[in-house]
Design a protein around this ligand. Structure first.
Ligand SMILES: *[C@@H]1O[C@H](CO)[C@@H](O)[C@H](O)[C@H]1NC(C)=O
Ligand SMILES: *[C@@H]1O[C@H](CO)[C@@H](O)[C@H](O)[C@H]1NC(C)=O
Ligand SMILES: *[C@@H]1O[C@H](CO)[C@@H](O)[C@H](O)[C@H]1NC(C)=O
Ligand SMILES: *[C@@H]1O[C@H](CO)[C@@H](O)[C@H](O)[C@H]1NC(C)=O
Ligand SMILES: *[C@@H]1O[C@H](CO)[C@@H](O)[C@H](O)[C@H]1NC(C)=O
Ligand SMILES: *[C@@H]1O[C@H](CO)[C@@H](O)[C@H](O)[C@H]1NC(C)=O
Length: 395
């Protein structure tokens, strides 16, 4: 109740209030890929190649905020904003935003700094919040590890900010995952030494300005399994906002261990359980129940976990599940489970792409139809959740 009141006051005064972890508990997040969401000129022409830029921009998103807000979402999670490997590579272009090079410049394909500020302002004017996907594990180089020129990176511009080269071959080995390099022989991801105090200090200075300058209310942090755990408290403290870490493909207790260092986590443990329980008519509800109990037993605070059934890295559920009853139950589960619900753009249009980039469809192809069964289902579930949590005074 108190929070809801404060939100109204802040909105009324037009102030951009950075959102604490407590504030994020009551939000409902819509994840979108900036390049795939909406074009500045509103063109809904198809994109022929999902491996390269399709033309989505921050200005385009501003024009679609009614569509998002009317579905009941209070926050959006957008792609990384930083300048990337330019041009076409052997693996397509950096349309996804996970190949950073100049972290003090924005990706010109998505717009100008003024456009990003306009998006942040437009969200805050509506009482909505901005979460930005952020990469702190590495920089990106178009070529193999023998050819990296560190001087082109604009903050971490010397080799001594990075671990020396070794490839990660086993992500379950924490030493290797945190100290070796990811990427491959075409796109190399030089691995920042996030345990090094100079690197930590530079990230702290950068992130404090990043959140305040652009009015960023929350951060989705990429590749946390590949970074030193002790880095996260420093990063989150300087960010001054809720940070939600990605720890993919790891056991429940291993994932939950990260919550000792960072406020939020993507709920990958429960994602595996959901895809199992709702992936077929023989899916096991008792496994889901037992798994939820294990997550509750291991994680510090399940109300700060981000629940999802789809995202840009995994197959969409309808890729393998044609039974819409199962699929709609999976969405309903995500919307009412303890934690923060996250719906990935396209779920409301029953998109069905498999492995990337097929699961990174352009949203404009749907015509942003608000009459679809899925759009209306998600809208009703958001209304239901808002109603339930507004009656709980502990928030
Ligand atoms: C709209 O913008 C795209 C680039 O994003 C461009 O290819 C297209 O020609 C433009 N369409 C119109 C009608 O201006
Ligand atoms: C903060 O970030 C903005 C945008 O990247 C940049 O223009 C500005 O110079 C930065 N300010 C400081 C103090 O670093
Ligand atoms: C790295 O790339 C360079 C230039 O393309 C090539 O000459 C070299 O053989 C490559 N090395 C490895 C280890 O792939
Ligand atoms: C983990 O990886 C490190 C670095 O590659 C290696 O030295 C170590 O033997 C590995 N540990 C296990 C248990 O495989
Ligand atoms: C923590 O998770 C592990 C599986 O990763 C499980 O075996 C254990 O029972 C859980 N602990 C609690 C207290 O639930
Ligand atoms: C929008 O979706 C509804 C329900 O599926 C359908 O009847 C309608 O034709 C769609 N509208 C457009 C413009 O495609």
């Amino acid at each position: 109740m108190v929070l809801a009141f404060l939100v109204v006051v802040y909105t009324y005064l037009g102030l951009a209030a950075a959102l604490s972890k407590e504030g994020w508990r009551t939000q409902s997040i819509y994840q979108l890929l900036t390049d795939r969401y909406a074009r500045t000129n509103g063109s809904e022409a198809p994109c022929d190649d999902l491996g390269i830029y399709c033309g989505g921009t921050w200005r385009g998103i501003i024009d679609k905020l009614d569509y998002i807000q009317d579905m009941g979402f209070t926050a959006i999670w957008i792609s990384p904003i930083t300048a990337q490997i330019p041009g076409l590579t052997y693996e397509g272009t950096a349309y996804h935003g996970f190949w950073p090079q100049q972290i003090n410049q924005v990706n010109p394909n998505f717009g100008t700094p003024e456009d990003l500020l306009a998006l942040s302002g437009a969200l805050h004017d509506r009482g909505m919040y901005l979460m930005v996907d952020t990469v702190s594990n590495d920089m990106a180089w178009n070529g193999n590890y023998t050819t990296v020129d560190f001087s082109i990176f604009d903050v971490f511009n010397e080799a001594n900010y990075y671990h020396s080269y070794c490839p990660v071959t086993n992500y379950q080995n924490a030493t290797q995952a945190t100290q070796c390099w990811t990427g491959d022989q075409h796109i190399t991801l030089p691995d920042l030494a996030t345990e090094n105090t100079v690197v930590i200090d530079k990230w702290q200075t950068w992130v404090a300005n990043y959140t305040s300058y652009y009015g960023i209310d929350g951060i989705r942090l990429d590749a946390c399994l590949e970074q030193d755990m002790e880095f996260f408290p420093y990063f989150e403290k300087s960010a001054g906002v809720y940070v939600m870490c990605e720890v993919y493909n790891y056991p429940i207790d291993g994932v939950c261990a990260y919550q000792e260092y960072v406020s939020g986590l993507l709920n990958f443990p429960v994602w595996y359980l959901i895809t199992d329980a709702f992936g077929s008519i023989s899916g096991s509800m008792s496994n889901l129940y037992d798994g939820l109990t294990e997550v509750q037993g291991n994680c510090t605070d399940v109300s700060l976990l981000g629940n999802f059934v789809e995202n840009h890295d995994v197959d969409r559920l309808p890729y393998t599940v044609s039974d819409i009853g199962l699929d709609q139950n999976a969405i309903a589960f995500v919307m009412v489970n303890d934690g923060i619900p996250i719906i990935y753009a396209g779920e409301e249009q029953h998109y069905s792409g498999g492995a990337p980039p097929a699961n990174r469809e352009t949203t404009w192809t749907s015509g942003y139809n608000t009459s679809t069964v899925y759009y209306q289902l998600i809208k009703q579930l958001n209304e239901f959740r808002t109603c339930v949590i507004s009656k709980d005074d502990t928030y």
